[in-house]
Design a protein around this ligand. Structure first.
Ligand code: NAD
Length: 259
């Protein structure tokens, strides 16, 4: 569901936009009239997503960058803004959840390698910081901005299908969101998090089928979510309709977690 034209004249940067939830978020913003910077560390995925968007008549540019790499982020933001203009909408979506462990992909803490722990923190948490820091000056200059970070139900409560590094980053993004909302509110910038439940994407397909089925059965709506359903929440939070919403965590989880 998109609100045609609701984002006209804005420029959105979406990280991890090459596939899955990020691509749905980027497409929803482009369909709503924003120019969209499709950022992904997989250049081929980013270029294909942006190519399809442009073929639909949307404004889009692909940029290849690793969100965990400061120089790569700076170059990507520079190229994206030179092409489409200053960014006032940001969705920190890029994230990884390695399936290297013995429990259907999940790694228990006693078998987790420190290098893997660090990489998950670098991408999921430091990546959001680096990209946010790169675009906040443009938002402050505009006196307007919307930042949304994709957390997870796993950052809010125990989920036995994910590993502790992933859960730690998703919880940290919630603290990041609330404190940024406090810092940036006076500049006209709202900052929120979206916490998806189980969403059908390539990332979750690495988890054992029985584990995903158990989540489905524990979800009141009795199904997994779709990337478009997460995109719908993001599109609301980056719209003017959500102008008075900041520092919040919005679940898109079919009722899997109710607090
Ligand atoms: P996905 O693996 O399908 O897509 C992730 C995208 O991010 C890919 O295009 C990948 O190339 C890109 N990416 C990965 N590392 C990157 C990096 N270092 N720099 C730039 N791009 C990078 O994953 P998804 O399921 O679409 O997940 C998107 C976000 O939603 C993630 O933050 C994930 O943690 C979160 N999430 C997903 C689910 C789910 O069930 N799928 C649930 C809760 C939260």
């Amino acid at each position: 569901m998109t609100d045609a034209g609701s984002h006209a004249g804005r420029v959105a940067l979406v990280t991890g936009a090459g596939r899955g939830i990020g691509r749905a978020i980027a497409d929803a913003h482009a369909a709503a009239g924003a120019g969209v910077i499709y950022l992904d560390h997989d250049r081929a995925l980013a270029e294909e997503a942006a190519r399809v968007a442009m073929a639909r008549g949307w404004r889009a540019v692909a940029v290849a960058a690793d969100v965990a790499d400061e120089a790569s982020v700076a170059a990507a933001v520079r190229h994206g803004t030179e092409t489409l203009g200053p960014v006032t909408l940001l969705v920190n979506n890029a994230g990884i959840s390695p399936k290297s462990g013995s429990a259907g992909g999940k790694a228990f803490v006693w078998e987790m390698q420190a290098a893997e722990w660090r990489r998950v923190l670098d991408v999921n948490l430091t990546g959001a910081f680096l990209v946010t820091r790169a675009v906040v000056p443009q938002m402050r200059e505009a006196g307007y901005g919307r930042i949304v970070s994709i957390s997870s139900v796993a950052g809010r409560t125990y989920c036995d299908i994910v590993s502790v590094h992933y859960a730690a980053t998703k919880a940290a993004l919630i603290g990041f969101t609330k404190h940024l909302a406090g810092e940036l509110g006076p500049s006209g910038i709202t900052v929120n998090a979206v916490a998806p439940g189980r969403i059908d994407t390539p990332l979750m397909r690495g988890t054992a089928a029985e584990a995903n089925e158990a989540v489905r059965l524990a979800t009141p709506l009795q199904r997994l979510g779709t990337p478009d359903e997460v995109a719908g929440m993001c599109l609301f939070l980056t719209s003017d309709k959500a102008a008075f919403v900041t520092g919040q965590v919005c679940d898109v989880a079919g009722g899997w977690l109710m607090t």
